[in-house]
Write a protein that binds this ligand. Structure first.
Ligand code: PLP
Length: 417
């Protein structure tokens, strides 16, 4: 097998929970581990310049503001945005999508307007649209999911899109199956069929693949720091400046206003109009350190490494009798996410037994209930990789599955199955 260009053994030393643990951490689609540099950045903020941002005229407040706003520029560069003012800090992807549904949807959607999403969305990219559709009378249409290709039936776009379509939202990478949607191609097709705004759920894409919002020409992009080595509690909504200017605030309070009188208030400039209250300054600063770390390694090298792990996992698990794999058969067109079931064994049991072998995976519906329904299952066991995972860890996962099969064999025969 070809080896990756990353120096993995060196990289692993950068992560406290990886360097000093026997655990094979294969739950990166849920959240990633944090390198020392990210933890140090957060600590350094609290220890040396902890102060609130904006309007402080003393040294540490100015330092905090500079750091907070400096990361906005770093985030913009990371996703190829030409203007950092299009970067809004949120708590996570979920909040970023809710922000669009509330602040854009409440203003631009009316009864009979259509929102198009796919059946393979994370619940975070379904539920906010259901909520705003209920309020405004807008209608949701779904691009159906194909189990044969593990992707949406994109060929149905001409049937689904038209003059009533106001917004199309879909994920770059699906979190249960790892399917990579050809975003640029789909956006081009959408633009030919309608003038709808386009939102990309980048929660599983931005951490693993090159993303450039200008090349895509999407209107919105949502993603979470914690899935790309950053801390929890910080996420991003990128939006085109012109669109943000048409949107009223999401939350009201401090920092998002220009003027407040007893009768009315006026709004701050963008992006601060959408960042009410004291923000997660420590989280933003640490997120900046995560971006530095990713930039040093390079997103392409990360993707190539994950590709090798995914290919190996698909080969090893695919060769096993009694193990069902979900998603595309090969690693091309797929990120480092491998969903499977040991036939006849509940995924929760699989996960629990793997935990006993010091292997951490996720089990359940992965907030993708509509896809699970298409496969006729309640859930899967899911292994997901990042830059610090090794071939040996994938081999450990594969070696553990026959043990689970053996453990459950007598139960199966007792039950006649
Ligand atoms: N979208 C996708 C594709 C995801 O995988 C996730 C989380 O797993 C989310 C949205 C929600 O992310 P968060 O929980 O960080 O808001």
């Amino acid at each position: 097998m070809t080896t990756s260009t990353l120096n993995i053994s060196q990289r692993r030393k950068d992560f406290p929970l990886i360097a000093h643990s026997a655990l094979a951490y294969l739950d990166n689609a849920a959240t990633t581990q944090k390198p020392f540099s990210v933890i140090a950045a957060e600590r350094d903020y609290y220890e040396t310049y902890n102060a609130n941002v904006h309007r402080g005229v003393y040294d540490i407040s100015e330092r905090a503001t500079q750091a907070y706003e400096g990361v906005r520029i770093k985030v913009a560069q990371f996703i190829g945005a030409d203007n950092p003012l299009g970067v809004i800090y949120t708590r996570n992807t979920t909040e970023a999508i809710n922000l669009v549904a509330r602040a854009w949807g409440a203003k631009h959607l009316a009864a009979g307007d259509e929102i198009v999403i796919t059946e393979m969305e994370h619940h975070s990219n379904i539920v906010p649209w259901q909520m705003i559709a209920k309020e405004t009378g807008a209608i949701i249409k779904y691009v159906p999911f194909s189990t044969a290709t593990a992707s949406p039936h994109w060929e149905e776009l001409p049937r689904l899109l038209g003059s009533k379509t106001k917004l199309v939202a879909f994920n770059h990478v699906n979190n249960s199956l790892g399917t990579i949607n050809p975003v640029a191609e789909i956006i081009a097709a959408i633009k030919k069929l309608s003038g709808a705004k386009i939102l990309i759920d980048g929660a599983q894409g931005v951490p693993h693949l090159h993303v450039n919002v200008q090349e895509w020409d999407c209107d919105f992009l949502a993603f979470s720091a914690h899935k790309m080595l950053g801390p929890t509690g910080i996420g991003v909504l990128y939006a085109k400046e012109g669109i943000l200017k048409t949107m009223d605030p999401f939350l009201g309070g401090g920092d998002m206003i220009k003027e407040v009188s007893m009768e009315r208030s006026t709004w701050n400039d963008i992006p601060w109009r959408f960042e009410a209250g004291t923000p997660n300054i420590a989280g933003v600063v640490a997120f900046g350190a995560a971006l530095d770390y990713l930039n040093t390694i390079g997103i392409q090298a990360i993707h190539e490494h994950e590709f090798l792990l995914t290919k190996l996992a698909l080969e090893l698990l695919g060769a096993m009798d009694g193990v069902t794999l979900y998603g595309t058969k090969n690693a091309e067109g797929r990120c480092g996410v491998v969903s499977f079931n040991v036939n006849g064994v509940h995924p929760h049991d699989t996960g629990t037994l793997l935990a006993r072998e010091d292997i951490a995976i996720r089990v359940g519906h992965h907030c993708n209930m509509p896809i699970m329904r298409r496969y006729g299952i309640m859930g899967t066991a899911r292994a997901s990789f990042y830059l610090y995972n090794t071939i040996a860890e994938v081999e450990r996962l594969a070696a553990a599955l026959p043990k689970i099969q053996r453990l459950f064999a007598p139960v199966k025969s007792r039950n006649g199955g």
